[in-house]
Design a protein around this ligand. Structure first.
Ligand SMILES: Cc1cc2nc3c(=O)[nH]c(=O)nc-3n(C[C@H](O)[C@H](O)[C@H](O)COP(=O)(O)O)c2cc1C
Length: 197
């Protein structure tokens, strides 16, 4: 049984939409494996974008002081991260991107200050996966975002597990993904496997 804490970050602004349906499946899979799950609906948080003040280059922390502080805490607590966002103009949503950009303080901690993220000392290696959907079918639909997620995960000391990514094309209307049994199962299996790593 997994004893990991799995954090799901939902970057979709559409409540009950395709991304949230898949994220919930993945978290259910993780819970089935015994993990403690936590879900953050990013749109419920009042957070600013990064303002590049570079204060974090000296302190390793963000000085903006808004509800992102709760998300920082959740990221630090998590052993596994599921980042979920639909494709908006071939990238993650602006709400999801704000969270990513605000993690510049973790990047500064790691690469400027050469310090470790504050985590329990016996914390296991952290792994992450990415869930995304898009209305279209283009081959390169997720390529740009996969790169963003790769560098985001690196900044927060999470190893990307690409084999567990769930990237679903051609779902557009709210709830469309419910008709795609394979996608629902893939999300469940992904969450379960992530928790069991
Ligand atoms: C502002 C906006 C931009 C979008 N851009 C894309 C896109 O670049 N490629 C694509 O395949 N779908 C695009 N879509 C469609 C969404 O990805 C699609 O409707 C998805 O199912 C929404 O997920 P959700 O239900 O979790 O909100 C866009 C939708 C919106 C509202």
């Amino acid at each position: 049984m997994s004893s990991a804490t799995v954090l799901g970050l939902l970057g979709s602004p559409r409540q009950g939409g395709n991304t949230e349906i898949l994220l919930d499946k993945a978290l259910a899979g993780a819970a089935e494996a015994g993990a403690k799950t936590e879900k953050i609906v990013v749109c419920d948080y009042d957070i600013s974008g990064c303002i590049e003040c570079n204060d974090c280059y000296e302190s390793g922390t963000c000085t903006i002081g808004d509800e992102m502080d709760d998300i920082y805490d959740a990221i630090e607590r998590a052993d596994r991260i599921i980042f979920a966002s639909p494709m908006f103009f071939m990238g993650v949503t602006s709400q999801a991107k704000a969270v990513i950009d605000r993690c510049q303080c973790f990047w500064a901690l790691k690469y400027i200050l050469k310090e470790k993220l504050s985590r329990p000392t016996d914390a296991p290696v952290r792994y992450g996966t990415f869930i995304s959907v898009g209305g279209t079918s283009g081959e390169n639909l997720f390529e740009g975002s996969k790169l963003t997620i790769k560098y985001f995960f690196d900044a927060i000391d999470v190893k990307p597990r690409e084999e567990l990514y769930v990237l679903i094309r051609e779902v557009d209307d709210k709830g469309d993904v419910l008709k795609n049994e394979e996608a629902l199962q893939a999300a469940y299996d992904s969450g379960r496997a992530l928790a069991e790593l």
